[in-house]
Design a protein around this ligand. Structure first.
Ligand SMILES: NC(=O)c1ccc[n+]([C@@H]2O[C@H](COP(=O)([O-])OP(=O)(O)OC[C@H]3O[C@@H](n4cnc5c(N)ncnc54)[C@H](OP(=O)(O)O)[C@@H]3O)[C@@H](O)[C@H]2O)c1
Length: 326
């Protein structure tokens, strides 16, 4: 099968488009003909050898995809048949024509939704809903600061935050990105390359600070957010797209009487697959009701997988970047 293959740990430019043997399938798994692979920042980290779970070499990156079921293992559980249209989160291997995964990480997709739009639903919306519902206890009426708000998980956080009743401050690096955040319902826009996070947020919240911070960026943005978080606030640690893991000063947590809360959707899904599926049932219902509209800004062919990954690495992506495999 054709695939984008990482043969050595390095940079995304080292990925080659080549053929490799189709993956072996366990008896309790599904084989999917991948039609579309949605990219996530951890795909880059995996190629660089910086992600917490590293697959053995060689591998095709790509955590999640959408496509048709080619084969159902004789011991696979669930209501899956050959030809079903599904989205899935195998964790790795989706930048390829075929991938295998547990039925626990596969979900049917509605007939009227394209593979390109379904491919990136699980990780972005799954992470954000887990962060808000299970980890951050986001309540209707609370204020929410979203950093990196036009990125994959960021834009989903703006959209879900509004849907869950929060007052959303979207923070990003360009006005063009913030314009998309406004279309997704953000109440306030903050360009953090032009204005300080702390002063703007305090100004918008009567000097109290925000109740919840959704932080996929890290670095200085995290430290500034800790200076404008409310009493009983929750700083949701999602990731470090800036490349800098901040050292959180414990006195900040004490002074503002707030919490820093870790969020790890991948390991949550492995430890509690039924809870993750229950969350996805809620999200799928909102999606079917038209309350969620996954934003795909760029679609690349498999041959241009390196350019697709670089769109994320160079901060050009808005919402999701997808690799289409016809
Ligand atoms: N904890 C979890 O379960 C979980 C799940 C999924 C993803 N994540 C993490 O969340 C983060 C975002 O993932 P994503 O897939 O949403 O990525 P993404 O689409 O590329 O978004 C990342 C955002 O971070 C901002 N950013 C700031 N500095 C950056 C830099 N030096 N390089 C690239 N982006 C930078 C960019 O916004 P501006 O240009 O506006 O600053 C960009 O929109 C990653 O760290 C990822 O590992 C965590």
């Amino acid at each position: 099968m054709k695939a984008a293959v990482c043969k050595k740990i390095g940079e995304v430019e080292d990925i080659t488009i080549t053929t490799m043997a189709p993956p072996l399938m366990r008896e309790d798994h599904l084989r999917i003909r991948v039609r579309s692979c949605a990219l996530n920042f951890p795909d880059i980290l995996t190629v660089q050898g910086k992600y917490q779970r590293q697959p053995p070499l060689p591998f095709a990156p790509g955590m999640e995809c959408a496509g048709e079921i080619m084969e159902v293992g004789p011991k696979a559980k669930g209501d899956f048949r050959v030809g079903d249209r599904v989205m899935a989160q195998p964790g790795v291997g989706c930048l390829a024509e075929q991938v295998c995964c547990s039925p626990l990480s596969a979900y049917h997709i509605p007939d009227n939704v394209s593979f390109d739009h379904a491919a990136g639903f699980i990780v972005t919306y799954g992470t954000v809903y887990h962060a808000f519902a299970d980890r951050g206890d986001l309540k209707s009426g609370e204020s929410l600061l979203v950093l990196g708000a036009a990125g994959g998980v960021g834009l989903a956080a703006v959209e879900l935050g509004k849907l869950m009743g929060a007052k959303v401050i979207a923070a990003a690096s360009t006005d063009a990105k913030l314009k998309v955040c406004a279309q997704y319902g953000a109440d306030h826009l903050l360009n953090y390359t032009e204005e300080p996070i702390k002063d703007t947020v305090l100004g918008l919240t009567d000097e109290k600070g925000v109740d919840v911070v959704f932080d996929p960026v890290g670095g200085d943005a995290t430290l500034q957010s800790l200076r404008c978080i409310n009493r009983n606030g929750r700083l949701l640690i999602i990731g470090f797209a800036s490349g800098v893991i901040p050292d959180i000063p414990a006195n900040r947590l004490l002074l503002r009487q707030c919490q820093a809360v870790g969020v790890a959707y991948g390991s949550y899904g492995i430890a509690f697959p039924e809870k993750a599926r229950a969350n996805m049932t809620v999200l799928s219902r909102w999606w079917a009701e038209g309350k969620l509209k996954p934003h795909v800004s760029m679609i690349f062919p498999l041959d241009e997988s390196v350019a697709a990954l670089n769109a994320l690495a160079t901060r050009k992506a808005v919402g999701k970047v997808v690799v289409h495999i016809p």
